[in-house]
Design a protein around this ligand. Sequence first.
Ligand SMILES: [Cu+2]
Length: 595
Amino acid sequence: MMANPDGIFERPIIGFNNSWPLPTIEVNRGDRVQLFLTNGLADATTSLHFHGLFQKGSNNMDGPVGVTQCPISPGETMLYDFVVDQVGTYWYHSHSGSQYSDGLRGLFIVHDTKYESNYQFDKELTWSISDWYHDSSTELIKQQLTRYNPTGAEPVPQNALFNDSRNVTVPVEKDTTYLIRIANIGIMVSQYVYIQGHDFEIIEIDGVYTKPQKANMVYLTVGQRVSILVKTQSNPTTNFNILNIIDKSMLDTVPDDLQLYGVNTLSYDASFKSLSVPKWIDNQDKFEPFDDFLLEPFYSKPLLPEPDHRIDLTLYMKNLGDGINYAFFNNHTYVAPRVPTLLTALSAPEHLKNNGQIYGSNTNSFVLQKDDIIEIVLNNEDDNKHPMHLHGHQFQVVARSEDFDEPVHYDPRNVTLPENPAIRDTVYVEGNGYVVLRFKADNPGIWFFHCHLDFHLEQGLAVTLVEAPSDINIRLSKNEIDICHIAGVPVEGNAAGNMDFLDLAGEPVQPNPLPDGFTSKGYFALTICTLVALYGLSTIYSYGMKDVTNTEKEKILNEKIVVKNLILSFEKQSSPEYQNLLKDLKKLDNLFDQL
Ligand SMILES: [Cu+2]
């Protein structure tokens, strides 16, 4: 169906039952949810993830394709069936590629008066914020994952939405306290939220109610939720602006026509005027959003003890031999296995379930033992911020650095850990900084830990936690098995789909690396030099040209490698371009010999 949420551009979006925006699903703690998802798309597979829900005992309902389930083919229906034993603000979204940017996302709220009665409020509101693109998710990924985007620059959104719209009026009554649940359901940029003339109290992050903290601005990465209590004024004479502001530091370029903020109205009276938008709004360096590292849970839980198992992850971006910019943890960019990892765990013989090898060499799999205290130390060697999300758990955020110009790794000797750390399911790590998380491995299952900035996930920024695989007590339903069969995905075997679980022949792996000594920018510059030199093309990007300071001989050697790569990438050997490349390679050979 079509929709025009930003009022500028009508585009195809993915709705439910011929309707969009998607409904907010509200349930009570303890409810059993059954959601029949029929894929009505003509040409794409799908799935649904309930972000933040533990799915205890129902790992197969978690949703990420390739991790816990097979893709749902067009025309097929999958039943999502699970019991909710949590409280607070969550959301649901497609976990099939970056499809949720096409609109397949909504809020999911779990009520429990035991928790909510800890706070005084009269009414409840929900606000979603998100970035919005005019291109479809498939188009965006094409723009992101190409050798013509060697620096991995993320597509820039066209707008910032508020409740899937813009210029929204929120009618309020005076002298009333509102509990407002805010969720960033975008795919890329974090946003600041500010309500003119109204300070508030933060009382929840990511499904964890907190001790109230006074604030006037919150910052939400994609995937994060915050609840605030706002007391309206007693004698208002104007309306006030609610501003949702894109964090422009996350944009590679800021196009002139991009409106960096949305202006919505907290409306006391339709006849009132609004205040003007404050001048400081353009000065993001001066913003002081509440530091959510400091939010203590309402029912505080002491810092988990020293870990039994520490996972060290070093995050960086790098180009591989196909010229595309990928995201890495340690030395691997995530490549989905042939068999969803949960199905591998369920079908493996008992004595191999704890052998990490069977889950594949390119899935960044870590096997965790039941009830171990796990610590994830994530050192970010990239200068971008990354909103990291863990499925199946809420973790303690035990350390988080500021951003740095050069990478600074976590050193426990220099950091004092909080006594009652914040607990949540999505946290950002700053550029060149680190974040340290702890949780108890008390939820057997296969849980994805990944960057929620969807372009980065598509670039492979994910690891697979294989938690207590011998204790996963799940029998796949006939419905789930049928979905795999129809999608042509095996329901048993290792990451390669082999029943000899230690034989990984044929497993999906990442592309080959660039030849030795190439930097990504240099590589691209050389490709461009080659193209420009050899084909007279002069209008391609000019990234990184000045990085090339090689001697003449090295230059030619490099060009030879690039031309060889180009030759290897050609499918049609009969094409004149292919023949030209062969000639050029010969020319380069001769030149090289003469020097
Ligand atoms: Cu990221």
